[in-house]
Design a protein around this ligand. Structure first.
Ligand code: FES
Length: 128
């Protein structure tokens, strides 16, 4: 097979179970089925949360080194609860678009996942 099977929508949680301030983590089905060994063969992880009332999802991957952003489950925000923060080197990302506004990857951005509501479920996929 060629290409990655990453454009499939996959359910991640019930819409009503996603509460303000809550981050739900998931593995992307089919992602990382890849090309090379090591990190590319591991399932890619993501997280979904409410930005105001809008559900948003990103890959859980700091653009700086590719490692996961959080060191505690479900904890992604800085102490002021304003920005998503990489726990390793402290880069700050805007929740609305994933842009890094401070840190070693300033000007770069988190990888945005597509999010949709399908019935009661929130579904995500890697953008095509
Ligand atoms: S790995 Fe996140 S800022 Fe360096």
């Amino acid at each position: 097979m060629t290409g990655r099977q990453t454009s499939q929508w996959q359910p991640v949680c019930n819409r009503t179970s996603l509460l303000a301030g809550q981050f739900i983590e998931f593995s992307l089905a089919g992602a990382g089925s890849g090309v090379t060994k090591s990190a590319d063969t591991l399932p890619q992880r993501g997280f979904v949360f409410l930005d105001g009332t809008t559900p948003r999802a990103y890959l859980n991957q700091c653009p700086h080194t590719g490692i996961e952003l959080n060191w505690m489950p479900g904890r992604f925000m800085d102490t002021d609860n304003l920005f998503i923060q990489c726990s390793t080197h402290g880069a700050l990302f805007k929740p609305g678009d994933g842009e890094c506004i401070a840190g070693p990857c300033q000007g770069d951005a988190l990888t945005t996942l597509d999010v949709r509501e399908n019935g009661e479920m929130l579904e995500v996929r890697l953008p095509e």
